[in-house]
Every structure is written in structure tokens, then in C-alpha cells.
Design a binder for this molecule. Structure first.
Ligand code: TTP
Ligand code: MG
Length: 383
């Protein structure tokens, strides 16, 4: 059974395994029209807000995080980054690297309010906005008419307006697709702009480390390194057939991305078709006890996420399993409500019983009914 994965993880949708093992065509004959994608990313977002609020923090190393030894930092200002301080670094490690580091407690409500102001600026120019987090978004401005159609000038204007509204700087990447735009926005940070034209994509992408490719985490990176692949240029030269033998359908995606080809659309925010929670493990799960325990954590996570969507009607529940060899399986069951943990676990058993294949990822989700389907159900129930 194939399942469309959560809207919030559009990339995963592209990674779904296909039963068809034949090589897909690279679509060289029907070239799609060039798009204009802008990726906007605020500069050291939480830290920048705190520095704006308390200018005395500007020139000293500071980071945003709770001052607990076992806590982790959300982010740090650029002064602190010179000491090697990074997002997600444990507080204790950060203080070792920089004993003078000033820790500021996060104020999420304030960050959300700033994010709203930024969103309003973006909405002046397009409706095609895909927010990735409070401080990051993709915009599809293909065919816009501002600045005689120049996406670079439009991006520059957006950065200017964000600064006028919030006194915060952002960086932007302008490119024909999401992958390249995102890498480009990091290119001239902070307060920078980088445009990569259609013609420049190949020379831009080729020297990039494979870790920059969306969907390539440390584990995949390590596997690619074992094959001698470190940059996009290396992947370009590697036989597609071998890449697909190693990674299945995802190998094809890697091949495409290594040439800077990425057709993922900018997905506007709306009610999700489904939501899910999932976890990838450092070490594959091999025992049923471990699988149960991890599924339970994912299940609890899903239950918490679901609270925000009580206005939507559930149509089915599903699990997702990725095995050690990167094969993805899903099992789904109709249900009007979120199933019990035991029912979710029984879906895993439906996939394999007894479970013998090592698992690298486990996920659980619910799929919502569309507005039309919900209407139909309530009509039938009223008869
Ligand atoms: P990022 O855009 O990744 O980082 P940043 O804006 O702080 O720095 P940069 O200039 O490199 O873009 O994340 C945006 C915010 O999200 C960041 O300010 C804090 C929060 N965050 C976390 O809470 N935990 C994390 O692990 C990361 C990466 C970010
Ligand atoms: Mg940022």
C-alpha cells in the first residue's frame, strides 16, 4: 500500500520507494519552464531579536538557551560563533569553549510575533509562500512583474522591507529551484543575497559537499563516502544504475539533485492532508522491545501534534518503517479517530511478524479527510 507522507515533509514524499526498479527517464527532452524561487533566512534569528531588545548584548558572545547544564542552545550570535558555538550545542560544551558566553533565556512568543511581521512582508509580493520555520521560507515568484521581472531585485527589496519592519537582517538565495535557492541564501550570510541563474546551476552545484543535498543526513553522507562520493560532482560521475542499486528510488533523486535539478514545488500552507511523527535512529532497531518503545515515543509525539488539528476529520491511520537498507514500507487502516498505541503496533506487525529486519526509521501518522469527504460522511450519518 503506498501512502503519501506528511505535507510537512515534502522531501520524504520524493523518497518513497517504487515497486518499479527500472531506471526512470531523466526528462531531458521536455524541459520545464525555469522557475524563480527565493529562499529567505533570517540571520541568527533568536539571537538577533535579543540583541535588538538589549543592545548591550551586541558585541559580546551570547547564545539563546536555558541555562541548564543538560540543556542545548537554540542559536548564538556571530561573535559567539567565532568561538565555535553552534545551534543545538549542549550548554556545558558551549561554556567550555567560551566561558564568557552570555546565556539568554528564549522568549518564543516574541520570536513568533516577529515571524508574523516577516510573513506579512512576504505576503505583499506573493501568495506562494512555504514557511519552513519561524525564520525561513521559500517563495515562488515565477512570472512576477515587480522590478521588470527581476527576482534578485525583488529579493533585495524584501530584505530591505524586513529590516524596516523589524530592524533584523535576513539573507536571500535566488535560483531556479528550492535546493539551489536554499544553499544560495547561506552563501553571503549575514545580510547577503546570492543569485544563481539557470546557466550557473551546474557550476554552482558541482563542488558542493553532498551534505548540502536535501535529505542527506550524516548517515547517508557516511554511506556515500564509503562509495568514494564526497561532492555533487562525484555523484554526477557515478553510474546511476549503481546509485539506484544502493539507494533504490532515492538514488535517482540523488542523481538528479547532484546536477542541481529539483522539481519540488513551493507548497503553500494550508490544512495538512496528513500529519505524522517519525524518528531516525543512530543504531538500527533490532529487537521487538526496542521497536515498541520507539514507536511509543513517536506515537506520543503524534498525539501532541494532533491537538492543533482538532478541527479536521481523521480518515485513516498509518505507520511507516524504513529498514536498514533504505526500503520504505507503510501500512494504513481506516479509522475515524487516532488509533490506540496497540493498534499502531499491530500495523507494524502487519508489515512483518515476527519483526526480523533491522529498522532505521519508524513513523506514525494520521490522514485527514478532505472537506468534501467530511461533508459526505456527516450527510450519510444524518440519514
Ligand atoms: P537557523 O536559521 O538554522 O539559524 P539562525 O537563524 O540562528 O542562524 P543563521 O544566521 O545561520 O540562519 O534557525 C533559526 C532559529 O531557529 C534560530 O535562531 C533558533 C532556532 N533553532 C533552534 O531552536 N534549534 C536548532 O537546532 C536550530 C538549528 C535553530
Ligand atoms: Mg536563520
Amino acid at each position: 500500500m503506498s501512502v503519501e507522507w506528511s505535507q510537512a515533509r515534502p522531501y520524504a514524499t520524493l523518497c518513497m520507494m517504487s515497486d518499479d526498479s527500472s531506471l526512470p527517464s531523466t526528462n531531458s527532452s521536455s524541459k520545464p519552464a525555469t522557475r524563480k524561487i527565493i529562499h529567505i533566512d533570517m540571520d541568527c534569528f533568536y539571537a538577533a531579536i535579543e540583541m535588538r531588545e538589549k543592545p548591550e548584548l551586541k558585541d559580546i558572545p551570547m547564545a539563546v538557551g536555558y541555562p541548564y547544564k543538560r540543556g542545548v542552545l537554540t542559536t548564538a550570535n556571530y561573535v559567539a560563533r567565532k568561538f565555535g558555538i553552534r545551534s543545538a550545542m549542549p550548554v556545558a560544551t558551549a561554556l567550555k569553549k567560551c566561558p564568557d558566553l552570555r546565556l539568554v533565556e528564549p522568549r518564543f512568543e516574541l520570536y513568533k510575533a516577529e515571524s508574523k511581521k516577516i510573513r506579512k512582508v512576504l505576503q505583499r509580493y506573493t501568495r506562494l509562500i512555504e514557511p519552513l520555520s519561524l525564520d525561513e521560507a521559500y517563495l515562488d515568484v515565477t512570472g512576477h512583474t515587480y522590478f521588470e521581472g527581476s527576482a534578485s531585485l525583488l529579493a533585495r527589496q524584501i530584505l530591505k522591507e524586513i529590516f524596516e519592519e523589524t530592524q533584523l537582517t535576513a539573507s536571500a538565495g535566488v535560483a531556479p529551484n528550492k535546493f539551489i535557492a536554499k544553499v544560495a541564501s547561506d552563501w553571503n550570510k549575514p545580510n547577503g543575497l546570492k543569485t544563481v541563474s539557470d546557466k550557473e546551476v551546474l557550476s554552482f552545484v558541482s563542488p558542493l559537499k553532498i551534505g548540502k543535498i536535501p535529505g542527506v543526513g550524516p548517515k547517508t553522507e557516511a554511506r556515500l563516502k564509503l562509495l568514494g562520493l564526497e561532492t555533487c560532482a562525484d555523484i554526477q560521475k557515478f553510474p546511476l544504475r549503481d546509485l539506484m542499486r544502493e539507494f533504490g528510488e532515492w538514488g535517482f533523486k540523488l542523481h538528479e539533485l547532484s546536477f542541481g535539478r529539483d522539481e519540488r514545488p513551493v507548497e503553500i500552507e494550508g490544512d495538512p492532508k496528513s500529519i505524522s511523527a517519525e524518528n531516525t535512529f543512530e543504531d538500527d532497531l533490532v529487537t521487538e522491545t526496542a521497536i515498541r518503545a520507539e514507536l511509543y515515543r513517536v506515537y506520543e509525539d503524534l498525539r501532541n501534534r494532533l491537538k492543533k488539528y482538532s478541527h479536521l476529520t481523521i480518515g485513516s491511520c498509518f505507520i511507516k518503517v524504513k529498514t536498514f537498507d533504505f526500503k520504505t514500507f507503510t501500512r494504513e487502516r481506516s479509522s475515524q479517530q487516532m488509533m490506540s498505541f496497540e493498534d499502531y503496533f499491530s500495523l507494524v506487525k502487519l508489515w512483518q511478524n515476527p519483526i526480523e529486519t533491522p529498522i532505521r526509521l519508524i513513523g506514525a501518522g494520521v490522514r485527514f479527510k478532505s472537506a468534501d469527504e467530511s461533508l459526505q460522511t456527516s450527510f450519510l450519518e444524518s440519514l
